[in-house]
Design a protein around this ligand. Structure first.
Ligand code: COA
Length: 702
């Protein structure tokens, strides 16, 4: 038995209970696999024991391998402890409550029976971490559920609910009883005498039923060639399921071992592991350790029924939280409600939700025009135009009507939160909740703290974001906050490179090769060039030194606003969304260059990529130095979830470390000499370059 007692063993009647006690989620940390093997040996040697129950203490069965241990030495592998379960002479029953994921499910699959609570969830999420299951899971699951379901579960890494798991053959019985352990022991006692033991890898019925699956494997490969261009794990998973269908169990296990070893230390797997922990770090709020556990937001109000406001209201309705959508006129409200209905109707048409789900969600959204109607809501999110006077007036009103303790939140993407807070007598309750469009889809919620925002307000807003299924990350208040501010530098450089001779299609090709699903110019054609045009005009009017972006301005002035006008950065044929490079854009670029005396040249792919991303790395360093982000990894989380930065690259700062702070600093310094102030190297970048440390570990004053 292990020293840390992460595995406990006790006998009740003729059943030995092996329980995993490794908080917080019963990951397979040091001692767990060893403990399971020891406990099985003990029970198999005890004539009083006739069966085993394998169960998790606390809320979960087992959440899989300890992700921190990857890349290091594991004295005992999941393959070995799973094999010990499989080979046990006495039946082992996996009693699953909560999550059985990865190595956790692999242990359960090696058990002879699996029972669960109705709430249990199972899955093999390894591909999401850039690896494949390495404990026999690809083989045993394929035998249990057949190749089609195995392909779905393993290549998506999704969580499968108990009832679905039962239907497809993973779970034998769902137990809905208050004392799950006692019921599991009874189940084990019942099956103790059944011989021979049902061993997953000896079952061949589902594989035989499936017949020739060559086409399904072909389709899966084609799909992942497109979808997971830069990732090996899904393709390897397909190969393993195919091996389970075509070859012996031993051959399948051997291949699984080889492919797992190939992936474990790959760059893709390291980046994905980093992203996993970065996401969880972002939830930690410095200075909030004494704050009591935040209350959930059980009712919300959204001010402004425009695109953002409607999307935010939908985000609440989607998780079943009642939400009031307020606009000043019935007309504006009707428009917002129609937008929401239309959006849901599209989801119904696509089959992603049912009509009754749509109705249930709509029933959660109540349109109102009177502030008195929202006063008892736990949180209110203002989502009106970016006009300071309007926002201040709204916050004054909210201060008057909202119940004490309500969260007063703004969805502003740029205006200083303090300006809104000052309009109230409760600045401690005011914060930003900056959603990204479309708000019901995009996962990032940037939680903005003003100078007087209370840690409890931040903590509760972060909880609200999490309950909405979003990833919250905290930002200090400054122009553009953290996410957009760090990205604006990239967008500016992208436009300025055009003036020097780069072409939209070259930039887009490089971004797609880097891992983005689409190039930014093509995306801009979808969202509309006119959206950012207005903002630029306002900035230029307010600031005479503002560097105008002539090329996109000209295109908008020519009526080229993107797909909706049939042309933008690209040309579109009738009814077709395929972007075609357009000589007219080339001419506009050339004429701007001539007019401003900018020499045209060719760019290497590397120069384009570096100029785009180094600009943002430098700005991110400034942001960190100013203390506007708690940690570099928070910026990575924002880029992953707000802007679709390729996850297998870890995030902006993680990627920057793969280049190195010193070479980036050298390049930024050179561009500073060539292009002037906007490339001034951040002092933090200089310090990290000098010290030879990592950007991802950098924080204020590091
Ligand atoms: N290894 C190591 N640590 C893990 C872990 C794992 N497999 N799974 C979760 N943790 C840690 C988290 O880092 C977090 O630690 P922290 O509190 O110090 O930040 C803590 O457990 C709680 O995790 P969290 O994700 O915040 O809890 P949750 O209740 O929202 O979700 C899970 C629980 C199990 C669904 C989720 O943690 C998860 O998906 N884990 C990874 C599962 C996985 O991929 N397993 C296969 C590994 S190959």
């Amino acid at each position: 038995m292990s020293e840390k007692q992460v595995v406990k063993y006790r006998v009740t009647g003729n059943v030995a209970v092996i329980s995993i006690d490794n908080p917080p989620v019963n990951a397979l940390g040091p001692g767990v696999r060893e403990g399971i093997i020891d406990a099985l040996a003990q029970g198999n040697a005890d004539s009083a024991v006739e069966a085993f129950v394998l169960i998790g203490e606390g809320r979960n069965f087992m959440a899989g391998a300890d992700i921190r241990q990857f890349g290091g030495v594991r004295p005992v592998s999941t393959r070995t402890s799973a094999a010990a379960i499989d080979a046990s002479a006495k039946p082992v029953v996996a009693a699953i409550c909560g999550y059985a994921l990865g190595g956790g499910l692999e242990h359960a699959l090696a058990c002879h029976y699996r029972i669960s609570t109705p709430e249990a969830k199972v899955g093999l999420p390894e591909v999401l971490l850039g690896i494949v299951p390495g404990g026999g899971g690809t083989q045993r699951l394929t035998h249990l559920v057949g190749p089609e379901a195995a392909l779905d579960i393993i290549t998506t890494g999704r969580h499968v609910g108990a009832y679905e798991a039962q239907r497809i053959g993973i779970i034998d019985e769902i137990v809905d009883e208050p004392d799950f352990l006692a019921a599991s022991v009874r189940f084990a006692a019942r099956v103790a005498i059944v011989k021979p033991l049902p061993r997953a890898h000896l079952l061949s019925e589902k594989i035989e039923q499936a017949g020739d699956q060559a086409l399904a494997f072909d389709d899966a490969r084609k799909f992942h060639t497109r979808k997971s261009r830069h990732q090996k794990a899904p393709m390897h998973a397909i190969a393993l399921i195919e091996a389970a269908v075509k070859g012996s169990f031993e051959e399948g296990l051997a291949l699984e071992q080889t492919l797992f070893a190939e992936l474990e230390n790959s760059e893709e797997a390291k980046a994905l592991r980093y992203a996993f922990f970065a996401e969880r770090e972002a939830a930690k709020i410095p200075g909030a350790s004494n704050v009591p556990k935040p209350e959930p937001v059980s009712s919300a109000a959204v001010i402004g029924a425009g695109t953002m406001g409607s999307g935010i209201a939908m985000a609440f309705a989607d998780v079943g939280t009642p939400v009031k959508l307020l606009d000043v006129t019935h007309e504006a409200l009707d428009k917002g409600m129609k937008r929401i209905r239309d959006n849901y109707a599209v989801s119904v048409k696509r089959g992603s939700i049912s009509q009754s789900e749509m109705d249930a969600r709509l029933a959660k959204i109540q349109g109102v025009v009177d502030y008195a109607d929202i006063s008892d809501c736990d949180a209110v999110i203002e989502a009106v135009f970016e006009r300071v006077d309007l926002k201040q007036a709204i916050f004054r009103k909210l201060d008057d009507v909202m119940k004490p303790g309500a969260l007063l939140l703004s969805n502003s993407s740029a205006i200083d939160i303090d300006i809104m807070a000052q309009a109230t007598k409760r600045p401690a309750d005011v914060a930003g909740a900056h959603f990204f469009a479309p708000a019901n889809v995009m996962k990032l919620c940037e939680v903005v703290r003003g100078t007087q925002t209370a840690p409890a307000t931040i903590a509760r807003t972060m909880k609200m974001a999490r309950d909405l299924g979003k990833i919250g990350a905290v930002a200090g208040s400054c122009d553009g906050f953290v996410a957009n501010r760090s990205r604006t530098s990239l967008m500016t450089e992208m436009m300025l490179m055009l003036e020097e001779g780069a072409m939209p299609e070259q930039v887009d090709r490089i971004l797609v090769a880097f891992g983005y699903p689409m190039g930014f110019f093509a995306v801009n054609d979808m969202s509309g060039l006119d959206v950012s045009y207005e903002g630029r005009q306002r900035r230029a009017a307010a600031d005479p030194s503002y560097r105008k972006l002539h090329v996109p301005d000209r295109l908008v002035e020519m009526g080229r606003k993107g797909q909706k006008t049939g042309a933008g950065w690209y040309r579109y044929k009738d009814g077709d969304r395929t972007p075609h490079p357009d000589d007219l854009v080339k001419e506009v670029i050339a004429s701007v260059a001539r007019e401003f005396g900018i020499a045209q040249r060719t760019f290497s792919d590397e120069e384009i990529l570096h100029r785009l991303l180094f600009a943002s790395v430098n700005e991110a360093c400034r942001i960190l130095d100013e203390g506007r982000a708690y940690r570099a990894s928070d910026i990575d989380v924002m880029w992953l979830y707000g802007f679709g930065f390729p996850r297998h690259r870890g995030g902006l700062m993680y990627w920057a470390d793969t280049i190195g702070a010193a070479p980036i600093h050298r390049q930024v310094t050179e561009w500073h000499e060539r292009y002037g102030k906007r490339w001034e190297p951040s002092p933090l970048l200089a310090r990290v370059a000098e010290s030879g440390t990592r950007l991802r570990d950098a924080g204020p004053q590091s």
